[in-house]
Write a protein that binds this ligand. Structure first.
Ligand code: NAP
Length: 284
């Protein structure tokens, strides 16, 4: 098995197959189109939007931008969501969250149709994962973890899998996706006692805590596969990002590990475009 689970490599492979899928759709007169709804001018939203737009262009898909000012009304946002829902040329929608405080997040999520929800934010998409039906789409980051494992032929079936984190964006959905892959899944969170001994029991460890370089070699052993989902500012304040795992001391110990940056994060916007292509295929 390779030592470094490179998200960049996975993204390159996905890009090649997505280009082929888009060519087939275009031959039928369909151009996969992603609607991006952004409220305000938050730096991380703008940079994610740029990355997603670039990836769309690379594979031949297009982006339709819906931009609203930070002080937009809730009604204006709901109107834009409904417009995107009803536009047959828009195959899927990405709505940036968190939304400004004066907007009801639940109302915004409820307004989006699960079949257009490309990042698994609606209750319908979440129910789809829970009930194992094809309703909606899984959150892109959670699905990226699965893609990364699949690419490196790491099969969770029958393995002990520990997921650290239980958020609705990553921890819970990735746990259910790993269960679907027949892993024996344990979920850790901030109230878990002696987490290091729980993690050491695992064959595959997925860490999604959002705590910079907080899990060190005392939690790991030889033979494990580690997927680090965390993207955090570096604890020493220097430029760039780091994961939740202390990469330098854990990498020599385990069998395989995903780096940060260059791991799961590199696959995420590919998964988003992948969902848009799937949505376009389903309606072709
Ligand atoms: P979140 O909503 O803050 O959830 C963090 C989870 O970690 C919670 O369930 C929390 O437990 C648990 N946790 C926190 N401290 C812990 C501790 N000391 N011990 C055990 N569990 C602990 O974060 P998130 O949205 O899931 O994001 C997690 C990380 O993924 C962040 O670094 C984020 O930046 C990153 N991320 C990466 C991508 C990507 O594309 N790679 C995309 C999105 C997010 P409780 O539930 O008990 O509080």
């Amino acid at each position: 098995m390779v030592k470094l689970l490179s998200g960049k490599e996975v993204a390159e492979a996905l890009t090649v197959s997505m280009k082929r899928d888009v060519e087939v759709l275009k031959a039928k007169g369909i151009t996969p189109t992603l609607g991006i709804i952004r409220v305000g001018e938050k730096g991380p939203d703008i940079s994610y939007e740029k990355g997603a737009t670039k990836r769309c262009e690379e594979v031949g898909a297009v982006v339709k931008n819906y931009r609203l000012p930070e002080d937009t009304t809730q009604q204006a946002l709901l109107d834009v969501i409904r417009e995107a829902n009803e536009d047959p040329a828009v195959h899927g929608v990405l709505l940036f969250r968190p939304l400004p405080k004066h907007i009801d997040d639940n109302a915004a999520r409820a307004a989006l149709l699960p079949k257009k929800d490309m990042d698994g934010i609606t209750d319908g998409s979440m129910a789809g994962i829970y009930s194992d039906t094809s309703q909606g789409y899984a959150p892109c980051t959670a699905e990226s973890v699965i893609k990364l494992l699949e690419h490196y032929q790491i099969d969770p079936a029958g393995k002990r899998v520990v997921v650290v984190g239980r958020s609705t964006v990553i921890g819970k959905p990735v746990s259910l996706l790993l269960l679907k892959k027949n892993g024996t899944v344990t979920i850790c969170h901030s109230k878990t006692k002696d987490m290091a001994s729980v993690i050491r029991e695992a064959d595959i460890v997925v860490v999604a805590m959002g705590r910079a370089e907080s899990v060190g070699k005392e939690s790991f052993r030889a033979g494990q596969v580690v997927v680090d989902v965390g993207v955090n500012p570096k604890p020493d304040g220097s430029k760039g990002t780091c994961g939740d795992v202390k990469f330098a001391e854990v990498e020599p110990l385990v069998e395989a590990i995903s780096p940060v940056p260059g791991g799961v994060g590199s696959v995420t916007n590919c998964m988003l475009i992948n969902h848009v292509i799937r949505a376009a295929q389903e309606r072709s």
